[in-house]
Design a protein around this ligand. Structure first.
Ligand SMILES: Nc1ncnc2c1ncn2[C@@H]1O[C@H](COP(=O)(O)OP(=O)(O)OP(=O)(O)O)[C@@H](O)[C@H]1O
Ligand SMILES: [Mg+2]
Length: 328
């Protein structure tokens, strides 16, 4: 039996189908990412699994406990870090953790040890007696992660744990999440808009759109399903049919003067490909990312400014100009 199981889990709000018939199996110790655009149903899914939101139909269990029949047991086995901050800012870091430990019935004999251990894990020991009002955004998030793990939950739910943080802090938060999951053998279910980060952290990701999982696999497998490298060429009137007929080309998309070609082993076939296209202005080659997978599946970008998130588009590409040489 999987640690988290959902069967046709569904939530509707009037006419809005927030989550549609979700079937998920998430294993113990796994880091599972739920990726999707605004309004896809990520927070609703997490809310149902944590027993905060009542499903309209379907069922789910965590560590064998049914979310509808045994909500109290489910709550004891889950930790949650909400999308919006929930720390008590008039309490110190230590007090926030102590309050949580008492609420969750962590035995008095273990309480202090456990708090010390968690503060250490997120590097906040030095700041434990300061009011969290004086913490930076990244420090608050770290304390929330520590709080989510304090009662040793079997599953930790993180809803956008890094939203709004700068790239360096995001990087550190992901490191903490990985470290914690490993050390505590906790199953982590997280949501994020940052595709490239999810790619590095998650064992598997489920891409969710309009309340439905539209793809689910290990990040590498999802990227492989794209069918090869992406070659983007700007040229006047590229011969689309001829390009499509090449045996190593798996997909061709034309948008005005820009043609996007998915092909196997671009580095081997590039010269031949270019020989049939005249007036090439510029060529870019890259290995697909999860963002590309998302665009292929939904026809949309996960967020308008994803170019900034994926690292500069240009940074990660091999750039070729006809008169020059191939450079990485
Ligand atoms: N309490 C509610 N009442 C009515 N509609 C709701 C409610 N909560 C969520 N919804 C709707 O359900 C859908 C899914 O919302 P949800 O918050 O789960 O999305 P999300 O994937 O978490 O989005 P985001 O990335 O913006 O956090 C949206 O269309 C939203 O408007
Ligand atoms: Mg949300």
């Amino acid at each position: 039996m999987s640690l988290i199981e959902t069967k046709a889990l569904t939530k509707t709000y009037g006419r809005i189908q927030a989550v549609r018939s979700l079937d998920l199996h998430i294993e113990k110790g796994e880091i599972f990412g739920l990726l999707g655009p605004n309004g896809a149903g990520k927070t609703t899914t997490i809310g149902m699994l944590c027993t905060i939101i009542r499903p309209t139909s379907g069922s789910a269990s965590i560590a064998g406990y049914d979310i509808i029949k045994n909500p109290a047991d489910v709550r004891r086995h889950v930790g949650i870090v909400f999308q919006d901050p929930t720390l008590d800012t008039v309490l110190t870091g230590h007090e926030n953790l102590e309050l949580h430990a008492r609420l969750y019935g962590v035995p008095a004999a273990h309480r202090e040890n456990r708090i010390r251990e968690m503060l250490q894990l997120v590097d906040l020991t030095d700041r434990r007696n300061d009011l969290t009002r004086t913490y930076s955004g990244g420090m608050r998030r770290r304390l929330e992660l520590a709080r989510g793990l304090l009662h040793r939950p079997a599953a930790l739910f993180l809803d956008e744990p890094t939203l709004g943080l700068d790239p360096q802090t995001r990087e550190r938060i992901w490191d903490y999440i990985k470290k914690m999951a490993q050390k505590e053998q906790t199953t982590v279910v997280l949501t994020t808009h940052y595709m490239e980060e999810a790619e590095r952290v998650c064992d598997r990701v489920g891409i969710i759109d309009h309340g439905q999982i539209i793809a689910l696999n290990a990040p590498d497998n999802l990227k492989e399903s794209m069918g090869g490298d992406l070659v983007i060429i700007r040229a006047k009137e590229p011969p689309v049919q001829k390009i499509k007929a090449l045996p190593y080309v798996t997909e061709v998309k034309l948008d005005e003067n820009t043609i996007e070609i998915t092909m196997k082993d671009a580095h081997l076939h590039l010269a031949e490909l270019l020989s049939i296209i005249s007036d090439v202005e510029c060529v870019e080659i890259r290995v697909p990312t999860l963002s590309d997978v998302f665009i292929r599946l939904t026809g949309r970008d996960i967020r308008e400014d994803s170019a900034e998130d994926s690292g500069s588009w240009i940074d990660s590409v091999a750039r070729y100009r006809p008169e020059g040489e191939l450079k990485r």
